[in-house]
Design a protein around this ligand. Structure first.
Ligand SMILES: Nc1ncnc2c1ncn2[C@@H]1O[C@H](COP(=O)(O)OP(=O)(O)O)[C@@H](O)[C@H]1O
Ligand SMILES: [Mg+2]
Length: 171
């Protein structure tokens, strides 16, 4: 990607509608809680979009799986996306109420090719690619939190001034 394409942007709104629907019976509630008037940040939009899509896809899968297990008639699959202005950084949280992440695999999630999904459904690359984009390319952090029976939540933190460093390095 050319450096001209690195644009100053306040937000990334992936086009979820372009996703092919693999399972017409699946329904999920999407909640958005975006910080008002969040100041612009420098980032690589295509790559951060990719990170968001990886997190959404995993959240959808986890919520779908919990619903398919079928023990909870009142269960409503939900994925939430929230953004927060942290002054020197921007925080993005993506919690879902799907299947939980066992504590013993928590440290492995970001490793390349780690997957708990059957062949054909998972490559184990989504989180490792996301990790590289966030940490190496943007100097940010990506972490996971999971509470048994409650939620799995991924948090991305992007430093606001990091894009300036990229641009300087390129010139
Ligand atoms: N939201 C989530 N809820 C539960 N488990 C998750 C979630 N996101 C990721 N995981 C776990 O992390 C693993 C690795 O994720 P990822 O790198 O995206 O690969 P893949 O989705 O191809 O398996 C998944 O197989 C799953 O076990
Ligand atoms: Mg994935």
């Amino acid at each position: 990607m050319s450096h001209a394409e690195r644009r100053r942007r306040g937000g990334v709104e992936p086009r979820l509608s372009r996703w092919p629907s693999q399972d017409a019976s699946f329904y999920i509630k999407l909640e958005r809680d975006f910080a008002e008037a969040i100041a612009a940040s420098e980032l690589v939009p295509q790559d951060i979009t990719r990170v968001c899509l990886n997190l959404f896809r995993n959240g959808f899968y986890a919520a779908n799986k919990r619903q398919k297990e079928g023990n909870e008639p009142k269960f409503k699959p939900t994925l939430k996306v929230s953004t927060k202005d942290l002054s020197d950084a921007v925080g993005v949280r993506v919690p879902d109420n799907g299947i939980v992440i066992a504590p013993k695999i928590k440290d492995k999630l970001f490793q390349p090719f780690f997957t708990t999904k059957p062949t054909g459904e998972g490559t184990g690359l989504g989180l490792s690619i996301s990790y590289n984009i966030v940490t190496q390319e943007h100097g940010g952090t990506i972490t996971v939190d999971s509470q048994i029976g409650e939620f799995a939540e991924f948090t991305v933190r992007l430093r606001r001034a990091y894009g300036a460093t990229i641009a300087e390095a390129a010139s």
